[in-house]
Design a protein around this ligand. Structure first.
Ligand SMILES: [Fe+2]
Length: 162
């Protein structure tokens, strides 16, 4: 039973890691297609956070004996979803993405609860990176595009500071 539980945990961590492969492709794609250079730059920062998170998750997957190969299927899915979001009016996009992140944040918070103490920091970061991505959407919607990307940049900067 313990082995099964641990197998399930590793596969959820692997899935979260591939989620960063997906997110990186999606966010870079959005940065490329958006007309507004300020918004593009924000999605580039969000993509940078995906890359930082992906690297931390890759180390954890490796430590758990999982598969660290980046999935082409997840990357392609990210590329395929660019149009779906980019074609929406900005506020509708922000509202949709904020809502879509809610179950993801919940799922990652549950992973944090299940992990070994030494892995808690990485999984805390995993959850937190979705929290700041959602904060970005919510601040855009709240009419604060001037500060919307600040929590994302702060989280990226915190990695160097650790
Ligand atoms: Fe992500």
């Amino acid at each position: 039973m313990v082995a099964e539980a641990s197998k399930d945990f590793v596969s959820k961590v692997e899935r979260a890691y591939q989620g960063e492969v997906y997110g990186e492709a999606l966010y870079l794609g959005l940065a490329d297609v958006l007309d507004d250079p300020v918004r593009s730059e924000k999605w580039r920062a969000l993509a940078e956070l995906e890359v930082v998170t992906k690297a931390r998750m890759r180390d954890l997957v490796a430590k758990l004996g999982g598969d660290t190969r980046e999935s082409d299927v997840f990357r392609q899915k990210g590329i395929d979803h660019v149009k779906k979001y980019a074609n929406l009016p900005w506020d509708a996009f922000m509202a949709l993405y904020s809502k879509e992140l809610e179950p993801v944040i919940k799922r990652y918070a549950e992973l944090e609860q299940r992990c070994a103490p030494e892995d808690a920091a990485v999984l805390r970061f995993l959850t937190e990176h979705e929290v700041v991505t959602k904060a970005f959407c919510d601040l855009e919607l709240a009419g604060r595009p001037d500060i919307s990307i600040d929590p994302t940049r702060a989280l990226i900067a915190s990695v160097g500071a650790v």
